[in-house]
Design a protein around this ligand. Sequence first.
Ligand code: NDP
Length: 799
Amino acid sequence: MSIMEIFSSMEYGPAPESSAPALEWLKERQPFGLFIHNQWVAPQNGQYLESVNPATGQTLARVAAASREDVDAAVASARQAFVSWSQTPGHVRARYLYALARQLQKHSRLFAVLETLDNGKTIRETRDLDIPLVARHFYYHAGWAQLQETELAGYQPVGVIGQIIPWNFPLLMLAWKIAPAIALGNTVVLKPARYTSLTALKFAEIVQEIGLPAGVINIVTGEASQVGEALIQHPDVNKIAFTGSTEVGKRIRQATAGSGKKLSLELGGKSPFIVFDDADLDSVVEGIVDAIWFNQGQVCCAGSRLLVQENSSERLLAKLRTRMEHLRVGDPLDKTTDIGAIVSTGQRDEIQRLVDQGIREGGEIWQPSWSCPTTGSFFPPTLFTNIAPASTLAQVEIFGPVLVTMTFRTQAEAVELANNTPYGLAASVWSENINLALDIAPRLKAGSVWINSTNLFDASCGFGGYRESGFGREGGKEGLYEYLKPDWQKSLLPISETRQAELFEESEAHPVDGESLPAIDRTPKLFIGGKQVRPDSGYSLPVVGASGRVLGEVGEGTRKDIRNAVEAAQAAKGWASSTAHNRAQILYYLAENLAVREEEFVRRIMQQTGRSQAEARKEVQTGLSRLFSYAAWADKYEGTIHRPPLRGVALAMKEPLGVIGIAAPDEYPLLGFLSLIAPAIAMGNTVVVVPSPVAPLSATDSYQVFETSDLPAGVVNIVTGARDPLSKVLAEHEDVAAMWYFGSAQGSQGIEAASISNMKRTWVNYGRPRHWLERSQGEGEEFLREATQVKNIWVPFGD
Ligand code: NDP
C-alpha cells in the first residue's frame, strides 16, 4: 500500500505480535502435568483436557485433568510445607516474593502472549495491564511479608488455602490470590479455570526456577466437578478464596457451611456508569470503551449499565455510536485490535441468548455496520436502548461486550437506579463538578467507585464487593486479614451444647439479697423501633436463674417480630449518616446511664449465672469499658488515602454494612451483648439482637438505658426467644446485610448455609465461646472490621 493510499483511507496496517516463542514453549512441554510439591506429575487417572485458542478454535495444548486423589496429594504437600513456611521469617518470604516479581517481569512478553492465545483477550491488555499488575501484586505483598512481624503482630497465617480462579483474568487472579497468601505464611493449592490454565503453568515454572520451598504453591488443573469440588470439601483446607459466578459462590458457601473454613468470595456485578449532564462527553465515550469493551466485557466490574442524565443522552449516544463504528474486533495478537475473542463458543452463545431475550423484551439493539471475523469466537460491541430497569438485560450479568443504557433526571434518581441491583461491585461517576461526584460516591452501594475514570486497579487498594457481589477484599491492608487469624483463636475449645453450667464455669449459685421474697411480676417485652412491644405470638418464656428459681419471663419472639425489627432497623438508616462524633457521644451517654444502674445489673448477672458479686461487677465494669472503647473508636477507625501509581488518590472509606443481625452469646449475658452491639452501632450500623435465651434479662434490662441515652429509635432492636430459629430468619432476610452468631456449632452451620439468599457476610463462633473479659478476644479491630466494609473512591487529578 502506498503512503498516498494510507492517507486517503487512514486504515490501520496490521501490527501482529509473534506467537512463535509461546507456541514453541507449549510444544516443548505438553502434555502438561500437575504442579505438586515443585514437581510435574502426571494425573493419576491419566486424563487430559484440551486448551483451545478462542480466536482460532485451534488446540494449543493438553493439560492434566486432575482427580480427587491428585487434590489430596496437593493438599498434603501444602500441609507439609506449611509447617516450615509459616515459621520462615518475613524477610525471607519477602525475598521469594520479590524474586517471583522479578521473574514475572523478565518473562513478561511470554506471559502476555500466552495469556492472549489462551484467553482471547488483546495483547495490548495482557501486555500493558494484566502482566504489570501481576508483578505489582508480588512486589506489594513482598512488602507486607517484610513488615508482617511488626505491623501484623498478634496474627498468624490461616494454613492451607484452596484457591479457585476464573478465566477472565487468569494470571492476574492467580496473583491476587497467591501473593497475599504466601506472603503471610500460608501455603496454597490453586485451581485455574478449565479454559485458561497455561499462564498458571508458566508461573509454576518460575516457582521452580526461584527455588521456592516445595509445597508452598501447588497448581492443580482440571474440571470443577473434580478439582473444584474436592478442594471446597477437603477437610484439611483451612480457607477457600474464590472468584467467579454468584451461582458457584453460593454453592461454595453452602458446601463449606459449619466447616470452619474461612471464605472470601469475589462474585459477579452489574456495575453502573453514571453520566451527569456536565460531564465531558468525549472523555465519557473513552471511559465507556474501557468500561464495557475492555476484555470483551468479560469483567466482573464492567460498567455494563450506562445511566445518563436525560438532557445529554442523545448527544452522548450519537458520539458513542460513532466511536463504536471505529472499534476493531479481531485477531487479539494484533496490537491495533480493540476487542478480542470471547473465551469460548459456549460463552459467546450465552451472550447471544441474553441479547435475543433483551430484544424479545422490547430492547432496541444497535451494533456497528461491520461484521466480526467468522472463524473463532467473536461478538460485536452492542448497545441497547429502551431498557426497563427491571428487564433481564438491566438485571442479569451478561459478561460480554453488551451495554444497556437508561436515563435519569435527578441525582436521587441516578442513585436509585444505580443501586437497583442485587450486586455491588463497582461504579463510575462522571461529572466535571467534583463536589457532585464526591457526594454521589458514598451513596452508591459498591466496593469501588471511580470518579471520571473506570476499571482502575492497584495492589494497594482493596477490591471486592458489597451485597451479592461477595465479601472479603483482595489487595490493600484489609485484604491481608483474609489470610490471617488472631493468635488466640486456636485456644478456644468447643462447648457441649447441653451443659449450661459450663458456660458459667460450674459456679455455685451465690445468694442474692432479697431472693427469698416473691418476685414482682415483670415480663419484659420486645424492643422494636424504640418502643417496648408485645411479641406477636402472645407467648412468654420463663427465665430460670442459677438457683433454679424462675426469675421472670420474656416474650417469645417470632418470624414476624424479626421482620418488624428489621423494618425498624432499616428505617433508622439516618444513623449511618450521623456524625461519628455524635455516635461517640451517645455511646458515652449509654455508659453513663448504665453506670448509674450498676448495682441492678450486677444483681441481675448474679441471679442468672450464679457468679459471685465480684465476678458480676467485673462483667459490668468491663461492659462499661467496652462502651467507652467503641465511643473512642467511633471517630478513629477511619479510612486511608492510597497513592496508587497514577496521578490521583484512592480514598478508602470504611462504611457501615447496614442492618446487622446479632445472636448474642450465653456466657456473659451483659458483656457479650454489649461487646457486639457497641462496635456495630459505633460504625453506623443498626442492629437486631437476639439476646442469650438462657440469660436474656441483662439485655432486656438495658431498654431503659437505651431510652434515656438519646439513642435514636430503631438503632438497637431486641427480640427475645429461641436463638436458632430467630437467627435463621435474620440470616435469610434480604434486608439484613450481615449476621453475627455466637451460639452452638450446629447453629453456626445453619447460619452460614442460610446466608446464601443475599450472600450476606457471616461471623460465627462454631460453638467455641470466647473469653469475653479478655480484651484481645472481646474487643478491638476484629470487631470493627466485621462492622465495616471498605469502599475505594478513585479520584484522578488533572484537567
Ligand atoms: P464459574 O463460576 O463456573 O467458574 C469460576 C471458577 O470456579 C472456575 O475455576 C470453575 O472451574 C470453578 N468452579 C465451577 N463450579 C465449581 C464448583 N462447583 N466447585 C468449585 N469450583 C467450581 O464461572 P464460569 O466460568 O462458568 O462463567 C459463568 C458466568 O460466571 C459468566 O458468564 C459470568 O457471568 C460469571 N463469571 C464471573 C467472574 C467474575 O470475575 N466475577 C469470572 C468468571 C465468570 P471450571 O473452569 O473448571 O469450570
